[in-house]
Design a protein around this ligand. Structure first.
Ligand code: BG6
Length: 279
């Protein structure tokens, strides 16, 4: 498997397995495409995305680290991991036919002793694992999130299940704490919420594509649900006005009150497993 020039001339890997195809950009270690043969893509990628150095890619799985959103005193939204160039360490075909890609973000001036490793396994499912190791001699505080954009047929026919009873921070209401009452979250306007203490899987039911996407995870206490809807879609230069209808973000990470506090020598493993079934 070779690194080729992807969009905008950015280095990219193309992966084929007996079940699926995927694309990974070294910028941000961004998985921009994952598709099971015979199905529409599982990941959504905006047609208007920029593919420019130091610019985030609009779609796929941007890696949010070391902060989520724009905390006070920060100018860069969602941290720098999604816009840095990661090193490709290895691409390995495994005995079961899946392909494992290992990428690394070495320690830098920004992250003196906290290198990141990212493992992407492309096969019947898509698995990604972000490993953060605190090699410093003091506690390290950070947030992380695999900001996954999923393809849906029609957002008005989508529901997200698995968050009933959970407390969330409503980012559209100054991060006010609320409780999810619905067994299935439906979309009739902009949604931007951080569901807290949610280590379990959630499901995206897509009636238009007759598909259920399962978002399973490990090492993640937060689930972010986001759809920009009409006005925000129009305001985003790297997103088509109508694309809000065909995507939903269900993000797995450790954000806000679930931020990570890694002791010296401690590591965190954040794992995402995406699979789908037709109905
Ligand atoms: C989500 C946030 O995770 O990311 C939203 O909850 C934000 O508030 C969205 O709008 C997209 O962020 P960005 O920086 O990629 O435009």
């Amino acid at each position: 498997m070779h690194v080729i020039n992807g969009r905008g001339g950015l280095p990219m890997l193309q992966i084929q397995t007996p079940w699926s195809a995927a694309e990974i950009y070294l910028q941000g270690a961004s998985v921009t495409h994952f598709q099971l043969h015979g199905e529409p893509p599982l990941l959504f990628l905006s047609e208007q995305s920029r593919f420019e150095k130091e610019a985030p890619i609009r779609g796929g799985i941007p890696i949010i680290f070391p902060w989520f959103g724009k905390p006070e005193g920060r100018t860069l939204q969602h941290g720098f991991a999604r816009i840095r160039n990661w090193e490709l360490v290895e691409v390995r075909k495994q005995t079961d036919g899946s392909v494992l890609v290992h990428l690394s973000l070495p320690a830098s001036a920004e992250l003196l002793a906290v290198p990141l490793e990212y493992y992407v396994t492309v096969g019947r499912t898509l698995m990604t694992e972000l490993v953060i190791t605190n090699f410093s001699d003091r506690e390290f505080h950070c947030e992380n999130c695999l900001h996954t954009y999923f393809t849906v047929g029609d957002i008005k026919q989508v529901s997200v299940a698995g968050l009933q009873g959970v407390e969330y921070l409503d980012s559209l209401d100054g991060r006010t704490r609320k409780q999810e009452m619905e067994n299935a979250i439906r979309f009739t306007g902009e949604v931007d919420r951080v569901y807290l203490n949610t280590p379990h899987a959630v499901e995206i039911h897509d009636a238009a594509l007759r598909r259920v996407i399962q978002v399973a995870k490990e090492g993640s206490a937060s689930t972010v649900v986001w759809n920009p809807w009409i006005a925000k879609a129009k305001a985003m230069a790297d997103f088509d006005d109508s694309e809000y209808q065909r995507m939903v973000c269900v993000e797995s990470g450790n954000c806000t009150e679930n931020a990570l506090h890694l002791a010296a020598g401690q590591e965190s493993r954040l794992k995402l497993i995406v699979s789908s079934a037709s109905f």
